[in-house]
Design a protein around this ligand. Structure first.
Ligand SMILES: [Fe+2]
Ligand SMILES: [Fe+2]
Length: 274
C-alpha cells in the first residue's frame, strides 16, 4: 500500500502547496482511493504536480463534514467522473466554529453540492469490500480534544457543541497489515483506537491522521498533561503513527519526544509504503 499526502498544513517541497486541511491519495493493490480533499482545489494542483491522475480514483472517503476536509469536493467531482463518495449521513450538518471576536463562522460543506447520486451516506460500520471498511460509532469520551468545545452545530434550538457523529474512520487491509486512517480524530484518537480494538480484537499496525491537538481559532495548543496521557496510551498500542494537520507542531513535538521512532510527521508530498 502506498499513501501520499496530497495536502496538509505544511510542505517540505516548494512546488507543492500547503493549507489548513488534509487529503491523502492511497494505492491499495490496484485500487486508488482518495481520503478527504483538503480545504480548496489545491490538493488537485498538488496531485497534478506529482503526476497523480485523480480521474483514476475509484473510491473516495470523506472523514467528516468540515470544510478543511471537504472543501475540495467540488473540484474532485469535476476531475473524477466515476468514484463513489462515502460520507457520513450527518456530514452535511450546519457546522460552525467560535471565533476570537465572539462571532461564529460556518465551517461545514458546500450545501449546493446536494443532491448528488455519487454520494453514499454511511452509518456505523460499512464494509467497502477488498480490504476497506468504515466505522463511525465512537462512544468513548477519554482524552477528547479540548478544542472541540469551540466547534458547534446549529439546530432548530440554536447552537450546541458538536458531538462529531458525522465523523468516520477508514480501515485498510493489505498483505497482513492493517492501517487505520482518521481525519481530525475529533472523537479522540484514544476512543477511536478503543473502538477499533473492540471491533477487531487488536490494534492496527499503522495509524494515520490529525489528532486535533491544536485549536486554530484561538491559536491554542492542547495541554501538555493531556498530550502526555495520549502519548502514553499511543505508545502502549505498539502501532506506528503518522500524524499531521490539526495535531499542530507543538503537540507533535511533545509526542515525538515521548514516542520516538513510533511517531513521525506526514507533510504534503510525503509518501509512505506500508
Ligand atoms: Fe474537523
Ligand atoms: Fe481538520
Amino acid at each position: 500500500m502506498i499513501i501520499t499526502a496530497l495536502i496538509e498544513n505544511t510542505s517540505n517541497n516548494k512546488d507543492l502547496k500547503a493549507e489548513h486541511g488534509l487529503s491523502l491519495y492511497i494505492n491499495q493493490g490496484k485500487r486508488k482511493i482518495l481520503f478527504d480533499t483538503g480545504a480548496s482545489g489545491a490538493f488537485a494542483e498538488n496531485a497534478a504536480q506529482m503526476k497523480i491522475d485523480l480521474s483514476d480514483v475509484e473510491l473516495m472517503v470523506l472523514s467528516h463534514g468540515h470544510y478543511d476536509h471537504g472543501g475540495g469536493l467540488k473540484t474532485f467531482l469535476k476531475e473524477n467522473s466515476k468514484a463513489k463518495i462515502y460520507l457520513h449521513s450527518n456530514a452535511f450538518g450546519d457546522f460552525y466554529s467560535n471565533k476570537q471576536n465572539g462571532q461564529t463562522s460556518y465551517i461545514g460543506l458546500d450545501p449546493t453540492l446536494l443532491p448528488d447520486n455519487r454520494f453514499v451516506f454511511t452509518r456505523g460500520v460499512m464494509n467497502l469490500e477488498d480490504g476497506a471498511e468504515l466505522f463511525s460509532d465512537i462512544e468513548g469520551t477519554e482524552f477528547c480534544p479540548s478544542g472541540n468545545s469551540d466547534l458547534l452545530v446549529k439546530t432548530e434550538e440554536g447552537y450546541r457543541q458538536d458531538d462529531f457523529c458525522h465523523e468516520q474512520n477508514l480501515i485498510l487491509r493489505e498483505n497482513g497489515k492493517t492501517v487505520l486512517i482518521a481525519g481530525c480524530a475529533h472523537n479522540g484518537i484514544v476512543n477511536i483506537l478503543e473502538r477499533f480494538r473492540e471491533k477487531e480484537g487488536c490494534f492496527p499496525d499503522v495509524v494515520i491522521g490529525g489528532f486535533h491537538l491544536y485549536n486554530r481559532s484561538f491559536d491554542r495548543n492542547e495541554s501538555p498533561e493531556l498530550v502526555a496521557e495520549i502519548g502514553k496510551y499511543l505508545s502502549a498500542t505498539g502501532a506506528k503513527y503518522y500524524t499531521c494537520h490539526c495535531t499542530g507542531t507543538v503537540s507533535y513535538n511533545q509526542l515525538k519526544t515521548l514516542m520516538g521512532e513510533q511517531i513521525d510527521y506526514l507533510s504534503t508530498g510525503s509518501q509512505l509504503t506500508i
